[in-house]
Design a protein around this ligand. Structure first.
Ligand code: GLN
Length: 471
């Protein structure tokens, strides 16, 4: 059997198991298989000085690739084909990489399991009875299963880092404004980022170096500010609370391993963190209710077959097109923004957001280059990603409320606009445990250096049946 057949058969089998993709481009799949057939191996992905040339990648289905699906995991948008290509994808195309397909996600990025997709289920490659995490669960599963070396996702409150942790891969939520959001379907614009899921730290860095930078089409983007790497190898460690036993064990291992690598660990407490999830859900739903108002089934999207008048046309499209979680959040968002009540919810959430940003800046130093060398205690903050490993479905799962409360460790980076990198700390009871490092704005460099140190000493493990095609 030729390598082409090997990879195609492997892809079909692993995709069948995981359900990572909403759409696979048959020609791109053949191109990927052919590249492997000629060389036997891929051109050095996984090494430090790597090029992205001829590497296939997957794209979450809320990031536009011209001509491909842009469903956002929603019935309402399932017939839509993207009319243009997102900035991050264009840059990857220029670097010679090519999109293999679009991956499954919680509808409009709202969820932590990918089970809120209206289109299909995605399973965790480590244990098919468990979720891959969310909302970028398809992208995480595709990377963890070895279907692609890397994938794009979006992270508004943890949607890249949490599925990366559940699937044992690397997940970067960049600094707000480091990567253009042009071509990303908005969920909560002040929190949304385009993120990366990759099989290893070096590849994640290579992809970030390609997609970052100023873009005229997203006015929040900035060129990156370079920080000198902190001389002291000091890590702040958040004392976590209420972690599942295995997740706590993985977190302890990460601490021990960083100590063994010569890092000094200082325990920190961030009292404002207990308000992070409520503040996040107030701000995110408020922004979502405005952003999702455009989906009316008139300009695009699925239209109802019969309506008496234009109001009914829009009502029906939204009633039939949106899933329960999306409807809940639109209602929540309009509730917190309702006139006369903004002080009680929205403005209070904004004050919590400012307090969280301040507590991080105290630990890490300010983002302003002139202040960067003052008060900088820690190179990064080591934190859990999620209180538990990949959860199961039904009785073994987490309720929708528990899932939201569990976002506290991830959503704070979005509230503060800071970069955070999640990676495999260890494997406990057959499932990966992820940890994350949060850093100063535009200082992704330090996070990559720290994770690369860890990975060199403790190479990431893979699920059974995984085959590394991308070396
Ligand atoms: N769990 C978060 C939510 O449901 C994740 C959102 C995200 O990052 N897209 O809102």
């Amino acid at each position: 059997m030729s390598t082409t057949e090997d990879f195609s058969a492997y892809f079909a089998r692993m995709e069948e198991k995981t359900g990572a993709f909403i759409e696979v481009d048959a020609a791109a799949l053949k191109k990927a298989a052919d590249a492997l057939d000629k060389a036997g191996k891929m051109n050095g992905a996984g090494t430090s000085a790597q090029s992205l040339c001829a590497l296939p990648f997957a794209v979450k289905d809320n990031i536009a690739v011209e001509g491909m699906s842009l469903s956002c995991g929603s019935k309402l948008l399932s017939p839509v084909r993207a009319p243009y290509t997102a900035a991050a994808v264009s840059k990857l195309l220029e670097a010679g990489a090519f999109p293999l397909g679009k991956t499954n996600m919680d509808e409009f990025g709202m969820g932590s399991s990918t089970d809120a997709s209206a289109l299909k289920k995605t399973n965790n490659p480590w244990d098919e009875s468990r979720v891959a995490g969310g909302s970028s669960g398809g992208s995480a599963a595709a990377v963890a299963a070895g279907l692609v070396p890397f994938a794009l996702g979006s992270d508004t409150g943890g949607s890249v880092r949490q599925p990366a942790a559940f699937c044992g891969v690397v997940g970067l939520k960049p600094t707000y404004g480091a990567v253009s959001r042009f071509g990303l379907v908005a969920y909560a614009s002040s929190l949304d980022t385009v993120g990366i899921l990759a099989g290893n730290t070096a590849l994640c860095k290579s992809v970030f170096d390609v997609i970052k930078g100023k873009d005229e089409r997203d006015q929040t983007t900035e060129g990156s500010v370079r920080y000198p790497l902190p001389a002291k190898k000091t890590l702040a460690v958040l004392a976590p609370q209420a972690l599942e036993k295995e997740t706590a064990a993985g977190f302890e291992k990460a601490k021990e391993r960083f100590s063994a690598l010569g890092y000094t660990l200082i325990e920190v407490d961030i009292p404002a963190l207990k308000y992070a999830a409520p503040a996040y859900y107030t701000i995110a739903t408020a922004e979502a209710s405005a952003n999702l108002a455009r989906f009316d089934g008139v300009r695009y999207g699925k239209r109802s077959s019969f309506a008496e008048n234009s109001d009914e046309l829009v009502d029906k499209a939204r009633e039939e097109g949106f899933g329960a979680e999306v409807k809940l959040r639109i209602l929540l968002g309009t509730f917190v923004l309702r006139s006369g009540f903004q002080d009680r919810y929205y403005h209070r959430a904004q004050r919590i957001r400012a307090a969280i940003r301040e507590s991080f800046e105290k630990i890490l130093g300010s983002r302003k280059p002139e202040a960067a060398n003052q008060n900088v205690e820690a190179a990064a903050i080591l934190m859990p990603v999620f209180p538990c490993r990949a959860f199961g479905r039904g009785g073994g799962g987490l309720s929708a409320f528990e899932q939201k409360a569990a976002d506290l460790y991830t959503c704070c980076a979005n509230l503060a606009g800071l970069p955070a990198l999640s990676f495999q700390a260890s494997v406990e009871g057959g499932l990966p445990v992820g940890v994350q490092l949060m850093g100063r704005a535009f200082d992704e460099e330090t996070l990559f250096a720290l994770a690369a140190d860890y990975e060199a000493a403790h190479p990431f493990r893979h699920p059974a049946e995984y085959k590394d095609w991308w070396k």
